[in-house]
Ligand binder design. Structure first.
Ligand code: ZN
Length: 433
């Protein structure tokens, strides 16, 4: 895949993925297109050595794997982990509000969203809903309004003279989105039913919907070196993981897990603290001992974006650990295990980066000692499964904003690193001493 194709593919994937449900579907499509077969958790799996498969749980988490020709307990599993969810505004269960002649929807904030950038955007609505069809069956479907149908206007500066100095946002009172002008309090479920435009739909029962920015992803910068888009955290890593897995060799086994709910702590049936990965592993090997032997030969790369040093706020970083956009994947360290990286797993990544014809540039990140570190699915998965893990990611700006900024040439660096990882025949042991 050329650098140009990689970037074009990412932009297409980001546009197709306004919600974790859509992202999961788009990932499945990428894998299906290269021959991965869908598995269902209800069925018994007949895995063939050299086969390539994926399974989706609850519509928003995906596990895909190459079931290698070599026994897993001898060759281990190369795992890439990422997450499908991003901070956003979620529509409340009974969202209808009417104020001063405007029909609005009440929203909840999902995850640690940076709220100010959500004002004055052309928002649309997407997600999943459940309905009863005309036969009385319970069904679910994805929905995307596509066009901008909602808006949260800022308050004019004349009505809040202190806005530039001390504007804070109250998510309960300030973020309700305006849908339309009109006194009638139209049932939102009726609006959804009209949008579905499917004669089989009798009644919409429930929904999991969020607002998203309709501005498409773009390449920006004088040298066209940046990617501006919503949800780079962490669809960027999901996409690069899927592309790497699609081209992984079938001699040994590799796995990609993209799970929902990372932004809210991963505690769910589909989240990284849930049993999804462990349950898939149980189906890959016959015995508990084989599973333990496999795990001890395995490595997980937890891929999630890193904070690039911002030229307007350079003192928010430690001088020696200030990653730049487009200068290669960042190995993320935290002495307090906010990231799962250890000196030996970091060394494994450095070893991989040096292993091919061209050395892949790497950077390191550690949060300032007087600031609090974020976290990822890395330590959670390491703790739940007992798998040796390293946290890496690409440098971005504006993490958790409605629009984030990443780097074009970083795509090929990360793609190359993940490719080397998945094609590595024998992983070096992480703990020889
Ligand atoms: Zn993330």
């Amino acid at each position: 895949m050329t650098a140009h194709d990689l970037c074009a593919g990412l932009l297409e994937f980001l546009s197709a993925s306004p919600t974790p449900f859509h992202a999961t579907q788009a990932l499945a499509k990428i894998l299906q297109n290269v021959g991965f077969e869908a598995l269902n958790e209800h069925d018994a799996w007949q895995l063939k050595p050299g086969g390539r498969y994926y399974v989706i749980r609850s519509g928003s988490s995906l596990v895909a794997f190459v079931y290698g020709e070599k026994p897993l307990q001898e060759s281990g599993l190369r795992i890439i982990g990422a997450h499908t969810d991003s901070p956003c505004l979620k529509i409340k269960p009974s969202p209808e509000r009417n104020c001063k002649g405007y029909s609005q929807l009440g929203v909840e904030v999902y995850g640690g969203a940076l709220l100010n950038p959500w004002f004055d955007r052309d928002l649309s609505i997407a997600g999943r809903l459940s309905y009863v069809d005309t036969q009385g069956e319970l069904k679910s479907t994805l929905i995307d309004f596509v066009k901008p149908v909602a808006y949260v206007p800022s308050l004019a500066i004349h009505l809040d003279r202190e806005a530039n100095d001390k504007r804070s946002v109250n998510p309960q009172t300030d973020m309700n989105v305006i849908l339309q002008l009109g006194d009638s309090q139209q049932d939102f479920r009726e609006i959804l039913k009209q949008q579905l435009n499917n004669p089989q739909v009798d009644e919409v029962l429930d929904f999991n919907l969020c607002c998203y920015d309709t501005q498409p992803p773009a390449i920006v910068g004088m040298q066209e070196e940046f990617i501006a888009s919503a949800r780079l955290d962490n669809l960027l890593s999901c996409y690069l993981g899927a592309v790497a897995l699609a081209e992984a060799p079938v001699t040994h086994s590799s796995l990609l897990i993209c799970s929902d709910h990372e932004e809210v702590g991963s505690r769910s049936d589909v989240g990284a603290q849930g049993p999804l990965l462990s349950e898939v592993m149980d189906r890959l090997v016959d015995t508990n001992e084989a599973r333990q032997r496999m795990l001890r030969r395995s490595l997980m790369i937890s891929a999630d974006n890193a904070h690039g040093i911002h030229p307007n706020y350079p003192n928010r970083h430690d001088d020696q650990h200030s990653p730049l956009i487009n200068r290669g994947p960042v190995i993320k360290f935290d002495a307090n295990q906010g990231y799962a990286t250890s000196s030996s797993t970091a060394a494994q990544v450095r070893w991989l980066a040096k292993r091919g014809d061209v050395e892949i540039p790497l950077q390191t990140y550690v949060t300032r000692a007087d600031m609090r570190c974020g976290s990822t699915i890395g330590p959670l998965t390491a703790a739940a499964i007992g798998i040796t893990t390293v946290d890496i990611g690409l440098a971005t700006f504006a993490m958790h904003s409605i629009r984030e900024l990443g780097g074009v040439s970083d795509l090929k660096h990360m793609r190359a690193l993940l490719g080397r990882f998945l094609s590595c025949d024998v992983l070096p042991p992480s703990d020889t001493a």
